[in-house]
Unconditional design. Structure first.
Lengths: 383, 399, 383, 399
């Protein structure tokens, strides 16, 4: 066992951190959030030039074939700097689903993505899914030359900026519901994008499928293949959300300790009050415990270990719980100022709360862990 | 010892219920149900105040001669509870709840005569100038100065966390009138027109995108000494008294009961990942039961405190404030789970008074993310949870 | 609404407290616990002379007809002084069930009890009951002249000292299980009492019903009447356990604050450390919140309010939770010494843990509250 | 970064498993499964130590020349984990874990030569004289004195919380050899025979009725200066080093894994009030899942710490101690629920080594109430949870 990054990984961590430190301080981030454009296209192009957009893709798709560990390193920094550019949506969700498909368009599409010219969104979950991949209601009906899609996808991040959208629906075939994934251009007639800015400074949409007619060629995958694509993509995604949380926790702890050391009340630095000291220690403990599970789950995922799913569920529960506690403590210790738009603290809190509920709540992942645990742990324990 | 309501109280309760049934319009009730903080939105609060003022119920705690009521403690509790339960908006407390009782106790006859009616009528909207930048819970360290100049003072400094200053025309302030004295001495309590020359109001945008708080800047603002409440340099006594009104004048459990009612309503509408309604989910039910039980404990603690103190808030208000705000934050967390994937949507305009347009997601959960974010401040303002515990350690436990 | 005791109640509180202060300090209590006799017979007789054993019984039964409020007052003091004498078992459980029956022996039996000459035990719950009154497995078979009882009752407090035992069993009548209550002399053949001292310093037993043959005259009640007797008796009992917790919490808080003010470490009283101060404040908050629900539930019970059951469940949950937290904090603040037999603190902890699990766990009462709450709260709220 | 075990480690793991399968008798395993504290009962610990000593595995952390092993950090973790998982009793740590490494680092050749073999063989049973009455976590304020008298010291004072002093023949003590110096200076580390004239051992009965702790009294006890470990007045350095061994030498997650296994076993046997098994109860399962997840987080934190520190315990041990003991107490609480109505029964004799008599209730839950009560002390001894947080605030956060 070994929990140290190797030299290349340290280099990657260093260069992402240095880039964001120079290009992404909180003030500039806020200017971007409050501007008319959803994110910084120049920055995106720079990242493409740095090769970062190619990280999670195989070399034959034009990427760098980085592992989950490298992705974790990058997302920790994205979380730390509250980056709103759609790395998660375009690379991990859209790109993640696409790269796992066998569709002829895959390679071309990914190459455009890697060069920074193409954005995508994955529109799978719906109002009632609550994280359960199998639980959607959108319907695909087979037509003469393809399919007709009906339904509504909820809170689809990056949909307003996407060139392509991957959409899921259920097709009733001989009384069985067959899961299908489609790759559609975002301007497809019938695809209505009800866009809004999100509380965490990004852009998302309700995506209405109003009888969207698509060619058979749009079918990306179906059945167990489609399910596997989604499951693997969301497993990756959950891990990277944990990594984002991790970066946020680190930064919240750092800023809180700094603030508490400077801010005076009743004639002394508030960091000298034992109750606040212990609360900050609990932030530290939470951060470290979450980090351990993040590492463990990421490495299990790299190993494609049979208990990887179990560890990912565990990491998500722990990461959500810890990140929420850390952010709430950071607000409490900062006091009123942290509840304003001015300070970064409240923005971390918002991102953490939102992310913690997007793909199923803590309760959901806890229950998922329980089920997987009974399967894996029960007979004689894990090896 | 008994829980019984007297026949008179029952009659009173029925009168309150009937009045609420008649007077709470659907728009007002919607604003009350979808509150995102301890404050209602400004328009609904003022609209409801006008209705109550006409009925003579706008300031139950004031003496009858000033437009108040002669209600007993029990009746005031009944009124608060029934209003919350019916979904009435909250009135802005700065004038009625805070300044009013102070004027009645410390004000000159002229001040009472002139100002109290304007509070009731809504002509004057007051805000509170206590905290200053860099000194949140630490009132004794305030820096804003009032220097005597003939019959006037010249004010310089700044106040922060002044709720609704951007919608107010007046402010009451704690100012330093003697800078050489010890921290708590040399403080005076003074009334200022916000349209005085030299006053600037800067709204503070909250993390939920709304403005409730402001910072107010004073640059050589001239105010007549007639505007002092109480004597010069005796503002600390007035301030402490007001803090007690602020802490005591709130019915935490009724607000939490409303939160819980919202949670139950959503739990009957929203489904878990397994496909059943949340209200049927054993884990969710257990968490809800836990909070409902805590609500009952808080409710009867507040009842006990109110009965003990015969309406006069004492040191136990610290307990109620801590228990109330911390419980309320636990209910927030449960509500987040129900709102689920729609949490990123802050649809602030859909929460405004009289709104009739469209929105995304369930209407019953529209305010949940806002309320969660806003309510983080409840354990900070009005004496943080830490300060309250310090107070209890000292005053109750003698540590 | 009014939460003050009246003059008689204050007097009662004062006299019980004064009596225990004079006669029941912790050292003497421990001597009694470590002695050969289960409890102090002299003290019991004194209590009989003071009339306290008659408190919960009606005047026609020779009692004083005190209400739940007076009983609460007494039990708070019993809890505060960790009294091991079987007030709870003989008066509340055995006496409580007996006084609700219409059996001819009732009055005579209660008079003996009130005079201090008779002890009893209620043997209802079994290993798998977990607080659920309807859930027992002991069987009663109808014989020519009575019944034959088989089964096992678990953790029956005061059974080793009881003259009479009330035992429950299910009789299969026309395919329906009929609940029956029997009043038996404790020396009845076949009634095997496997006695032990409990961790909270009392005496209890596993009570084996090895084909106990009883006359028809031993039948105390059956069917819905038996169920009502048990339900009302246990409702009273739960409230009085809360009252006991209440007294324990008060005393734990008092002793902890005192200890923390005296005990020095690192050159200062440990009570000056802010973290310990806040922890003691949390003990105080817990104690007061629990008290409020105890009062509310007791008054609901006096009023026979339709939501009394709901409030009793709530009070039990809150009381158990708070008492456990208060006791654990008291141990933590006292440090190692509190984990020894010498100090009272650990004995409060043991009593609190035991009591919190005897008639159903916190989880059980929480669930019971949830069920009752859905019935009562749902349509339009409580009046 | 990887989680992989090397081929050598896998072979080692299999060797450990095979050894445990062969050597752990049912009586030893029963004692291991029904531990009521961090210590096994004395008899089973010594019996297991004899078996390990024969195998050469009794003191993995010692150098090979003194009877230790050359295991890597990973191998030591594997060994600890497999031992716990198989239900092996714990060895008493005072000799092997604490004094041994101290002697190896600070002892004279004579001390090492004479004492180390006697620790391994079980001839010497050591206890630890650190805490004194009135100074639990505050080691710097100790009062026990050693006054030089020729080649000897004369010892006077008292030590408390000396685990298993009543079963030991020797004690290592921190004593004050220079009373005029600052608190942390003037302390020496000395070895004492418990059968010396003037030593009295008074057992302390715990709230679970067992004796693990003692108080040891020293009245004019004469000890040769040869019994110093390290130099006179330099005991503080030795003590600090030992505290780190004490804090670092424990595998919290493996013990918690065992607790959780017991909970799962009971949950498969015990039924809820509703009549289904606890393992099928959604609320119970959720609580269990919560704790299992926390256990995993702790497990990989301990793994990380062990890898980082290459076997040398550092400041992160405070984190592990706090997280480990507090989690362990949460598992206790869940176990109480399962034990239910049988909690009042402390059947201590049924927990003794080799016991074959009868008892009441499920055997799998026999130790639950004892373990709960005993484990309350885990957040107190060895530096309380509060002290550990103070340490982290200072050392890690720089506050």
């Amino acid at each position: 066992m070994n929990f140290e990054f190797n030299e290349e990984q340290k280099l990657l961590q260093h260069s992402v951190e240095a880039f964001l430190r120079d290009n992404y301080d909180f003030q500039r981030r806020q200017q971007q959030v409050e501007s008319d454009t959803p994110f910084d296209q120049d920055l995106w192009r720079q990242c493409a030039e740095l090769g970062w957009l190619g990280l999670p893709f195989s070399e034959e798709d034009g990427g760098l074939g980085a592992s989950a560990v490298e992705m974790m390193i990058v997302f920790e920094q994205l979380g730390r700097y509250l980056v709103i550019e759609p790395f998660f949506e375009t690379l991990v969700l859209f790109g993640g689903a696409l790269k796992r498909s066998r569709h002829p368009i895959r390679s071309e599409c990914l190459q455009q993505l890697i060069s920074g010219q193409l954005h995508g969104a994955l529109a799978h979950f719906e109002l009632h899914s609550r994280g359960e991949i199998g639980s959607i209601e959108s319907v695909s009906t087979t037509t003469d030359d393809g399919f007709c899609l009906k339904g509504c996808k909820t809170t689809v991040y990056n949909a307003p900026e996407a060139d392509f959208v991957i959409v899921s629906a259920l097709n009733l075939v001989r009384g069985e519901e067959l899961l299908q994934l489609f790759l559609l251009p975002a301007n497809k007639p019938g695809l209505e994008i009800e866009a809004y800015q999100t509380t965490d400074g990004r852009h998302a949409a309700e995506l209405h499928l109003n009888n969207v007619h698509v060619d058979a060629s749009c079918l990306l995958a179906e059945g167990s293949e489609a399910l596997a694509i989604l499951r693997e993509t969301y497993d990756d995604a959950l891990l990277l959300l944990c990594a984002e949380h991790q970066g946020a926790m680190e930064q919240l702890l750092r800023e809180t300790v700094e603030y508490a050391s400077e801010r005076k009340q009743f004639g002394q630095a508030i960091g000298s009050f034992q109750v606040l000291q212990h609360r900050m220690v609990d932030m530290y403990i939470a951060t470290e415990l979450a980090r351990s599970l993040l590492y463990a789950a990421t490495l299990k995922s790299v190993d494609q270990s049979p208990d990887a799913g179990l560890f990912i569920a565990a990491a998500k529960v722990k990461s959500d719980t810890c990140a929420k506690a850390v952010a709430e403590s950071a607000v409490q210790i900062h006091g009123g100022i942290a509840t304003t738009n001015e300070l970064s603290i409240g923005h971390y809190l918002k991102r953490i709360i939102v992310v913690s509920h997007l793909f199923g709540s803590t309760q959901y992942h806890q229950r998922r862990f329980g089920k997987l645990s009974r399967q894996l742990f029960a007979p004689g324990g894990m090896a | 010892m008994d829980l019984a309501l007297s026949a008179a109280d029952i009659a009173f309760r029925d009168e309150v219920r009937e009045f609420l049934k008649q007077s709470l319009t659907p728009s007002l009730k919607r604003s009350g149900d979808l509150m995102t903080s301890v404050f209602s939105n400004f328009e609904s609060a003022m609209a409801w105040q006008a209705i109550l003022a006409e009925k003579g119920w706008a300031a139950p705690d004031w003496p009858v001669e000033y437009g108040g009521t002669d209600w007993t403690v029990n009746q005031k509790i009944i009124y608060l509870k029934e209003s919350k339960r019916a979904g009435a908006p909250s009135l802005l407390p700065m004038g009625i709840q805070m300044l009013g009782p102070i004027l009645i106790r410390y004000g000159t006859e002229a001040q009472k005569h002139e100002l109290l009616p304007r509070i009731l009528s809504g002509e004057d909207v007051w805000c509170q100038g206590y905290s200053e930048p860099g000194a949140g819970s630490d009132l004794a360290s305030l820096k804003m100065r009032a220097v005597a100049d003939g019959d006037d003072y010249i004010l310089n400094g700044s106040k922060i966390w002044t709720s609704f200053a951007h919608r107010s025309n007046k402010i009451f302030c704690l100012v330093k009138t003697d800078v050489d004295s010890k921290p708590q001495a040399g403080i005076s309590f003074i009334l200022v027109d916000l349209d005085s020359a030299g006053v600037t109001v800067a709204p503070i945008v909250s993390i939920d995108g709304e403005v409730e708080q402001c910072q107010v800047f004073f640059e050589d603002v001239r105010v007549s000494k007639d505007n002092l409440v109480g004597k010069e340099n005796q503002g600390w006594e007035v301030a402490k008294c007001l803090l007690e009104f602020e802490r005591g004048g709130y019915c935490y459990y009724a607000a939490i009961e409303k939160q819980l009612a919202q949670v139950r309503r959503l739990a009957a509408e929203e489904k878990t990942a397994e496909g059943w309604f949340y209200e049927l989910d054993p884990v969710f039910s257990t968490r809800l039961a836990e909070l409902e039980i805590e609500k009952l404990a808080l409710e009867f603690t507040e009842n006990r405190v109110n009965c003990l103190a015969e309406g006069k808030p004492g040191a136990l208000t610290s307990l109620v404030k801590v228990a109330g705000t911390e419980l309320s934050q636990k209910v927030d967390a449960l509500a987040l789970e129900l709102r689920g994937t729609h949490l990123p949507l802050l649809q602030n305009e859909a929460l405004s008074y009289g709104f009739e347009g469209g929105f995304i997601g369930s209407e019953h959960g529209l305010n949940i993310m806002n309320a969660y974010l806003n309510n983080r401040a409840s354990t900070i303002y009005g004496g943080s949870a830490e300060i309250q515990r310090n107070i209890m350690a000292k005053q109750v436990l003698g540590l």
